[in-house]
Design a binder for this molecule. Structure first.
Ligand code: UTP
Length: 308
């Protein structure tokens, strides 16, 4: 008889990357701390974890990440100043980030890839399935992707990834999945048979790309320890998932995927960062009305594109 599947309570959030696509903004500031409207991107991700019931959060950090640690810590001087002014509204906003979850840190000395960053969480996670969430990948809070992935993991075991459909010509920017129909009736849950990191569009098995949400079986740690550096000399999480997809369920293998059709923003990419800021600002109750009316006027004043 198979052992019962352990509940997921922990989220690992790797934030040790160099953020080269966003230089020079990310020279001294982690990309996860860039504000999306008026909150750093990482706070949206932590709020998503907590909303899905994952209150034990491990950040895998590197050099230059102290502003992120400070953000989730108390800011005594700031609180005292706001208290003195009687500014309860801002005081509550400042305190919000420090009451989110039970936050832990581990350092990844060398940024040797996402797979290596996840492996740095092995001691903390132990022998239970866990979530991995990328700190620059935002999922709209109205789209309950993580909750659905946790449910699939509890039902089918193994690991679960999230896929989106991308333009076939852009598949070389992502990890790409080969799939077959899933075991259940849901048409957005499929089984992953193979994975390729950043394939040439002509060799890609599909246009389904992995995004930054994973629920992983702890067997991934042993697999990662044996995974040699892949593309770019980095230990790739995609390579470990490919191995897991080929392993038996008894040894922790099997990878399912949720094909996500909701709202997602890759805030590590400059264009998507701008889109997320505009969209989220225009939907805000406080800023939205004024911002939307300015935006309409601004769009109306734009010159046509060349050739349009
Ligand atoms: P990216 O591929 O986005 O790399 O990493 P990056 O260095 O952060 O950013 P660019 O591409 O140079 O602009 C995917 C995720 O994995 C983390 C990153 O912090 C990001 O959340 N990561 C990557 C690590 O934690 N450690 C690593 O060694 C590599």
């Amino acid at each position: 008889m198979n052992a019962p599947i352990k509940a997921v309570t922990k989220a690992v959030i790797p934030v040790a990357g160099l953020g080269t696509r966003f230089l020079p903004a990310t020279k001294a500031t982690p990309k996860e701390m860039l504000p999306v409207v008026d909150k750093p991107a990482i706070q949206y991700v932590v709020e998503e974890a907590v909303a899905a019931g994952l209150e034990d959060i491990l950040f895998v950090t590197g050099r230059n990440k102290s502003s992120l640690e400070n953000h989730f810590d108390r800011a005594w001087e700031l609180e005292a100043a706001l208290e003195q002014k009687g500014d309860d509204f801002r005081l509550e906003r400042v305190r919000k980030s420090q009451v989110l979850g039970d936050i832990h840190y581990v350092r990844q000395g060398d940024p040797r890839g996402l797979g290596h960053a996840v492996l740095c969480g092995a001691m903390h996670v132990g022998d239970q399935p866990f979530a991995v969430m990328l700190g620059d990948d935002l999922i709209d809070h109205r789209d309950l992707l993580l909750a659905q992935m946790l449910d699939i993991q509890q039902r089918y075991g193994g690991s679960v990834v999230a896929l989106i459909e991308v333009d076939p010509a852009q598949v070389n920017l992502y990890g790409c999945a080969a799939i077959r129909p899933g075991p259940g009736p849901e048409d957005d849950v499929v089984e992953v048979t193979d994975l390729v990191e950043k394939p040439d569009p002509s060799d890609a098995p599909s246009n389904l790309a992995i995004i930054g949400r994973y629920v992983l079986h702890p067997a991934v740690f042993d697999v990662l320890r044996q995974t040699p550096p892949g593309r770019g000399g980095e230990i790739q999480l995609t390579d470990a998932l490919k191995t897991l997809a080929g392993m038996s369920p008894e040894s922790g293998g099997g990878v399912h995927a949720v094909v996500f059709r909701g709202r997602r923003y890759d805030t590590g990419d400059r264009l998507d960062y701008l889109r997320s800021t505009v969209r989220l600002a225009s939907e805000r109750k406080d800023l939205g009305p004024e911002f939307r009316s300015w935006l309409r006027e601004f769009v109306g004043s734009l010159p046509p594109e060349d050739g349009a």
